[in-house]
Design a protein around this ligand. Structure first.
Ligand SMILES: [Zn+2]
Length: 448
């Protein structure tokens, strides 16, 4: 995944002290490292660790839940009837349990770095320590944030931001942790300009990226047109929330002018095709953004944690949407899930490709069923059309062998699942006692 898009066959990679030190044309040249541990990757695919650019680890706790709610008819109702009540019900234990099991699922499916934002008005101060603990137990790298929102009050927003500040301060004295600071705002329709400016200044002080949901449903577009006379990205530009350290999640309902702003300010975008399909919000103009050289990464938005499924969804969605079988090629999708994600979070010099000097975030894939030849010409096709997360055989994060022969070496997978099942059962019971907010504007009355 380097900038020459090279695919090498029969090569070997030497890793020392967590970094890639050499890539050689043959295995023989590696004999100069006689004491090295050798992983035989013959017949396998070796690629950079996958980067999930937008996630909510706690989303995993609602998998399979059947909520007793009137069916939502638009995205705002999905927030009001599903996610906001769930946020209210979340506890510190839920944050830890979900982060643990989601990190396990990510790691086993080859994700070595992710960006997570947690939301829970009744579990704010200190929650990122619980998430960081889980991330470090599994050994994946996670940018983690509390998602600040003024949905209930201004104080709630400030408290959320302060949790990110507290964590950024704390983690700066622990460089060994794989948890990294991130600032997160929910979406422009639940935050004031004041709060946005506060976050912008603090993220710059702590040299941390910022993420915000943008034009996922039509709620924020309506809010910004009515209250600021501008579309969402136009308002964000006016308050300075654009630029290379900003990651806009979703960007489904964008005008050409908004794409201009994103491109001109080198703002990043995290595309979440499976979540967008699940929530029926529409198709983000990813091809248009890629044409404009916007850096687009790939996220799961807390939905399906196997990023190979998310890659396949991105590959298919834009083809059918544009009725064009050449709309997007496998390599571009792979870039979105690797090097583009690294660029979004300012880590392109460290991760996202296999190159000497970079951190050894490497995965080894052995398709369990391989009906056709695997070679330099077919490998990208296989990665998009054949491979699933459970074909990942080995995972290295900064040289640490965290998945070996498909088993996690760092933490007890069974125990993680049992902790999560128990937390989810209690959460589901609590959710039965919450009456969801029912009022909603009609999204249909606003043009995209
Ligand atoms: Zn999200």
């Amino acid at each position: 995944m380097d900038d020459q898009r090279r695919i090498l066959e029969g090569h070997s990679i030497a890793v020392k002290d967590g970094r890639i030190v050499e890539i050689d044309e043959t295995v023989d040249q590696m004999r100069k490292f006689p004491s090295a541990e050798v992983i035989d990757a013959t017949g396998r695919i070796v690629m950079p660790g996958i980067i999930c650019s937008h996630s909510h680890l706690y989303g995993i706790l609602l998998r399979g839940a059947s909520l007793k709610i009137p069916p939502p008819s638009d995205f705002t109702q999905i927030l009001q009837r599903v996610w906001w009540p769930a946020d209210e019900a979340l506890t510190f234990e839920d944050a830890y349990a979900s982060a643990l099991v989601a990190s396990v699922e990510f790691a086993k499916a080859g994700v070595t770095t992710f960006a997570d934002t947690y939301s829970g008005p009744n579990s704010i101060t200190g929650v990122l320590d619980h998430i960081a603990k889980a991330v470090d137990e599994v050994g994946v790298r996670g940018f983690i944030a509390f998602e600040a929102t003024e949905r209930h009050s201004r104080d709630e927003g400030i408290k959320g931001v302060e949790e990110n500040v507290r964590f950024a301060e704390k983690i700066s004295s622990n460089p060994k942790s794989k948890a990294k600071p991130l600032f997160s705002l929910h979406a422009s329709f639940t935050v004031s300009n004041d709060l946005i400016e506060r976050v912008r200044k603090l993220a710059s002080k702590y040299n941390a990226p910022i993420t915000i949901h943008v034009s996922e449903g039509l709620g924020d577009l309506q809010h910004n047109l009515e209250n600021y006379g501008n579309r969402t990205v136009e308002r964000l530009r006016d308050v300075g929330l654009v630029g290379p350290n900003v990651v806009l999640a979703h960007c489904v309902n964008l005008s050409e002018h908004e794409i201009d702003i994103i491109a001109e300010t080198h703002t990043g975008v995290a595309h979440n095709p499976m979540s967008n399909m699940l929530n029926a919000v529409g198709v983000a103009p990813v091809l248009r953004m890629l044409e404009r050289k916007v850096n687009v990464g790939l996220g799961n938005d807390g939905y399906i944690f196997d990023m190979f499924e998310n890659m396949r969804a991105a590959y298919l969605l834009h083809r059918v949407h544009h009725k064009n079988p050449n709309a997007i090629d496998p390599y571009t999708v792979l870039e979105m899930a690797t090097i583009n994600g690294a660029k979004l979070y300012g880590m392109e010099r460290e991760i996202g490709s296999i190159e000497p000097g970079k951190k050894a975030d490497i995965i080894v894939i052995k398709p369990q069923l391989l009906p056709t030849p695997l070679n330099v010409n077919s490998v990208c096709g296989h990665l998009i059309n054949t491979v699933d997360g459970d074909d990942v055989e080995h995972v290295f994060v900064e040289g640490a062998h965290i998945v070996k022969n498909r088993h996690l070496t760092t933490t007890d997978e069974e125990k993680a699942q049992s902790i999560s099942r128990s937390a989810a059962a209690k959460l589901w019971t609590r959710l039965e006692q919450i009456t969801p907010q029912m009022d909603s504007f009609k999204e249909e009355s606003y043009p995209p």
